[in-house]
Write a protein that binds this ligand. Structure first.
Ligand code: GLN
Length: 480
């Protein structure tokens, strides 16, 4: 068997059907590695060894009977703890859900189950996906596998770290303002935030419903295409989900890709960005030029409002989505010693939610309150439209937009925890994409790392439903 660090989803599938190894052997190898390494990394909140073994064995039986199996059969997957897998814990890294066990599979999980993937366990995250470093988890720290003194990014930090440390072959995360892309950049892996509606949000513990999307983390763009294709598509349980044509997404044609024009927005190259980030992104541009792609400078003039708009719309939706966590439902405890309902709510929410979650629920309640609604929420919705229109206009001139992912590489633990605003700035280049509902892919810009150097990603933003363009570019880029 190939050592785990060389395995990709593609290579795993080829080896599995050639009977070079069994799905069970590989699942076992991942659990062995998790036991050996995850004490140091902290990617997982829970593992599911027994059910994973059963899932893997079923694949091996099918192969022994010479049944044809799809590209995800037996593939060991890690899943962000905000995504429900029936019978497994789903805490969203919050104390208020500490004792909750999912009673159904999320839409994306159902599709992966039909594709016969193997679920290794649930990964750490910022509480309810609010954060950019995974430091807001109520349970543990996740360390960046490239430098254990630094954060893996967030909020899907556990999933990104699991891929970077070879603790899973593929992973799912969710992205509301950058939570797949920023950790992918920090950990040097591939991350895709799909078009809003491309992947069902059913069974994703909701943060901000008009922005949330589930997407894959992998080692290669080819693997991201395979995993994305498997989870994409209409689900009757999510009214915003839709079908699109992704048939050849994992087999791009170079001549089609060469014809694409890439836009570079002036507004994304601003003072305050770490010079290492600018250099890494310029590197990626040079490489892509050698593929024959053409570039053009563009402008997205309303970019400067994106962060403010996001920090009004997102908390408004958070305050409404989090109202259901009342300390009684979803595994709540401690009902006995309270005098009345109000006391239960106050004490359970007070103890169950962390400070960032409270900050956002309170902010959201404020912006929605009567008298302030027009000044904040309504105005933010109007500016959101302007931001989306910027992209529409840009996409009349170019097919794809290339930008940095975050202003810095992975930062140290504690560096930003005392200043929420500086943490929020980590998402300045990723948030506009969610506000406009577009797909975006993060790939590594720095291919070889000198000692002490940190990975840095670049972001390719596509037109709605055109994941094929960005994943196609990614697949040829990685062949360089
Ligand atoms: N870091 C951003 C936030 O804190 C984005 C989070 C996310 O995408 N879930 O809101």
């Amino acid at each position: 068997m190939e050592p785990l660090h060389r395995l990709t989803i593609k290579k795993f599938h080829d080896g599995l059907v050639a009977k070079e190894f069994s799905a069970l052997e590989v699942a076992q190898a991942y659990f062995d590695r998790i036991k050996e390494k995850d004490g140091e990394i902290g990617a997982y909140l829970s593992t599911a060894e027994a059910s994973a073994a059963r899932e893997a064995e079923a694949v091996d039986i099918a192969i022994a009977k010479d049944e044809t199996v799809g590209p995800l059969a037996g593939v060991p997957i890690a899943v962000k703890d905000a995504i429900l897998i029936k019978g497994q814990p789903a805490t969203a890294a919050s104390k208020i859900l500490e004792h909750y066990e999912a009673s159904y599979d999320a839409g994306a999980i159902r599709k992966l189950r039909n594709a016969r993937a193997v679920f290794l366990g649930k990964t750490n995250m910022d509480e309810f996906a609010m954060g950019s470093s995974t430091e807001n988890s109520a349970f543990k720290k996740t360390r960046n596998p490239h430098d254990l003194t630094r954060v893996p990014g967030g909020s899907s930090g556990g999933s990104a770290a699991a891929i970077a440390a070879n603790l899973a072959l593929g992973a799912l995360g969710s992205d509301t303002g950058g939570s797949i892309r920023e950790p992918a950049s920090f950990c040097g892996v591939v991350g895709l935030k799909p078009t809003y509606g491309a992947v069902s949000r059913s069974g994703l513990i909701a943060m901000s419903s008009s922005l949330d999307q589930i997407g894959p983390f992998t080692k290669t763009a080819e693997d991201a295409a395979i995993l994305f294709k498997a989870i994409a598509g209409r689900d009757p349980l999510d009214a915003t989900s839709a079908d699109a044509d992704y048939r050849n997404i994992d087999h791009p044609v170079l001549n089609d890709i060469k014809r694409l024009t890439i836009g570079i927005p002036d507004e994304y190259f601003v003072p305050g960005t770490d010079p290492a980030v600018t250099k890494a992104v310029e590197n990626a541009v040079e490489k892509l030029k050698s593929l024959g792609l053409s570039f053009k400078r563009i402008s997205l003039p309303h970019t400067k409002y994106a962060l403010s708009v996001y920090y009004i719309i997102m908390p408004a939706e958070v305050s409404s989505n989090l109202a259901r966590f009342d300390g009684i439902r979803y595994g709540g405890t401690g009902k006995q010693h309270r005098k009345n309902l109000a006391e239960i709510y106050l004490s359970e929410k007070g103890l169950g939610f962390g400070p960032e979650t409270k900050r956002r629920a309170i902010l959201g309640t404020f912006v929605l309150s009567s008298g302030y609604y027009d000044a904040y929420y309504d105005k933010a919705q109007r500016v959101r439209t302007l931001i989306a229109e910027d992209f529409k206009r840009a996409f009349e001139q170019v097919d794809v937009i290339l930008t940095p992912v975050a202003p810095t590489p992975a930062f140290k633990f504690g560096e930003k925890t005392h200043d929420p605003l500086s943490m929020y700035l980590s998402d300045i280049f990723t948030i506009p994409v969610n506000l406009a509902g577009l797909p975006a892919l993060v790939m590594r810009a720095t291919t070889t790392l000198a000692a002490g150097e940190l990975p840095i990603g670049f972001q390719l933003i596509g037109k709605k439903w055109r994941e094929a363009d960005i994943l196609g570019i990614g697949q040829f880029y990685e062949q360089l």
